[in-house]
Design a protein around this ligand. Structure first.
Ligand code: DC
Length: 228
């Protein structure tokens, strides 16, 4: 039985994961943050001391198991949710996610995870590659300055002070890499609804997406979410 599928794409710091998580909680959907999977592979490769520039370094992906479950990410059943948020991982994840070999394996895992469940999945290529048949596609954007401010606040909560200019530069660079890579770059699907969150709160955007979901007949006719 095909589930109800929502694809959320957008650049770094547009609020995708936070908002997807809220929508999932309120509408009983399974949330999958695909960025966490690319980060997990980056973390593992760094831990192994792999040459990150060499695509063949990632063959370890044949042997390990990556799983996203209830907002936690696991490698071989070890929870690495906190370890994937370091600056070192953030600085390297765009490079790692540009390799077709890495993408092929993760896209396969993501497609399998979406099968038969009511899901909200967020990333860069969800509406275009992972779930081109999604029932609803949303593309979230926000001005760079605002995205940098949000990152700064997130870091403050963790007790880290970071210069806003440095954060802006990092975001611009990651946007550039994610949007210009050859393999499934960040682009807005033709049939996506674009929401600019610059002047919206998390709650506003969450409600806006919920409104769009509730307009869909299929959402009301769905079966229970087997994935939960
Ligand atoms: O959403 P995030 O910032 O945690 O994602 C980390 C990186 O992973 C991002 O810079 C690009 C990559 N990514 C991707 O290439 N495709 C996805 N579906 C999700 C993330």
């Amino acid at each position: 039985m095909p589930g109800f599928k929502v694809a959320i794409d957008g650049p770094a710091g547009s609020g995708k994961s936070t908002i997807s998580k809220r929508v999932a909680e309120q509408l009983n959907l399974t949330h999958i943050d695909t960025g966490a999977m690319y980060r997990a592979i980056t973390y593992y490769a760094l831990q192994q001391g792999s040459d990150l520039d060499d695509e063949s370094s990632y063959q370890f992906m044949e042997r390990i198991k990556v799983r996203y479950d209830k907002d936690r990410i696991y490698i071989d059943n070890i929870d690495v949710t906190d370890q994937i948020r370091t600056d070192l991982v953030t600085r390297n994840v765009s490079k790692v996610s540009s390799f077709p070999y890495v993408r092929k394996i993760l896209v396969h895992i993501q497609k399998e995870a979406a099968k038969g469940v009511d899901v909200i999945m967020d990333g860069r290529d969800i509406g275009t590659v992972v779930m081109p048949d999604a029932d609803l596609k949303i593309f979230l954007t926000a001005a760079v300055k605002e995205r940098a401010k949000r990152r700064q606040k997130e870091k403050e909560v963790l007790g880290i002070q970071q210069d806003i200019q440095a954060l802006e530069t990092e975001i611009i660079e990651r946007d550039r890499k994610d949007s210009t890579r050859k393999e499934s770059p960040l682009i807005c699907a033709d049939d996506a609804i674009v929401i600019d969150t610059t002047h919206y709160s998390v709650e506003d955007t969450t409600n806006r997406i919920i409104e769009e979901i509730l307009k869909k007949e299929k959402y009301h006719g769905r079966t229970t979410n087997e994935g939960r």
